[in-house]
Design a protein around this ligand. Structure first.
Ligand code: DO4
Ligand code: MG
Length: 288
């Protein structure tokens, strides 16, 4: 089962159940204390609860006609880094003096985990992700995003884009927060696939396509079988000393890095496709 969140004509955020590109509105109002999506995700059995909320009166809507919102309420977004060998190699090349740290973190029991975004800064499907004005080398990072409830139970999956300024990150590892955390640096969507409906992770493919003026300028793919760590391991480190009363979304790291001479440009179109979830599309912008 898949869920999505959209804004209706009155400006109200709504949650629906997605079946074959049709969205079936659910009868649950969004309130500040109990946002509808989280109320479903944090239920004992999210799929059963969502089914019980199917509206008997509202007609289904085609997903392409909706103004989709990022599928998140108040969860923090965190990210794991250097979980794929491709990422380790790229970081070592970009960072020269600090290469040893990436080598170590790839192999060490403790993973790299960093805060990525509060929910309000997350960009939704079709929205504009950003490259920084002070970066000359920026890339998207297509990542499987895991959605956890406050007990850190995995309740679903979506697609994440961990936009990154490689030149700022490579200049000095202490600049990592500036390379990773800024307006428009995180996108999620288009839907959440609830955990029981997700294919076995080793079979999950991640595909990144970047188009510029109608031409494909990068295409790459990987599978989750290439990830060095398990998702359970990452979540257990994340929850060691930190609680998440609103739940948490964890980006699990990139296994696709465009060649070192590639940088994003304004108006590039980024497509990230993940088996079992769908396709997230965003346009690139740089503020002048
Ligand atoms: O240490 C840099 C961040 C790495 C990262 O975000 C990734 O591997 O996905
Ligand atoms: Mg990343």
């Amino acid at each position: 089962m898949q869920l999505c969140k959209w804004r209706d004509a009155t400006g109200q955020a709504r949650v629906g159940l997605v079946r074959q590109e049709m969205v079936y509105p659910l009868d649950l109002a969004d309130t500040p204390e109990h946002p509808a999506l989280s109320t479903i995700l944090h239920a004992k059995n999210p799929s059963q609860f969502a089914e019980s909320l199917l509206s008997s009166s509202a007609s289904p809507l085609h997903i392409d006609e909706l103004s989709l919102l990022p599928p998140i309420d108040h969860q923090e977004v965190w990210a794991a880094g250097v979980t794929f060998q491709r990422s380790e190699e790229a970081r070592k090349r970009e960072s020269h003096d600090a290469a040893i740290f990436y080598d170590k973190v790839y192999r060490a029991p403790r993973p790299e985990l960093f805060f990525k975004a509060p929910a309000y800064r997350v960009i939704g499907p079709g929205g504009r992700v950003r490259i920084r004005k002070d970066s000359l080398w920026s890339v998207p990072e297509p990542e499987l995003a895991v959605i956890c409830d406050p007990d850190l139970r995995i309740v679903g999956y979506t697609i994440g884009n961990d936009m990154s300024a490689r030149d700022i990150e490579g200049e000095n590892p202490l600049y990592l927060p500036q390379a990773k955390i800024y307006d428009g640096s995180c996108a999620l969507g288009p839907v959440i696939t609830l955990a029981p409906a997700m294919p076995p992770l080793p079979q999950v493919q991640v595909i990144l396509t970047i188009q510029r003026q109608g031409r494909t300028v990068f295409h790459g793919q990987t599978t989750m079988a290439q990830m060095r760590r398990t998702i359970e391991e990452l979540i257990s480190w994340l929850g060691r000393e930190t609680t998440f009363p609103h739940g948490v979304v964890l980006l699990t790291g990139t296994g696709i890095v465009p060649p070192d001479d590639f940088t994003l440009e304004p108006d590039d179109l980024i497509h990230i496709e993940i088996t079992g979830v769908g396709r997230l599309a965003n346009i690139v912008e740089r503020k002048s």
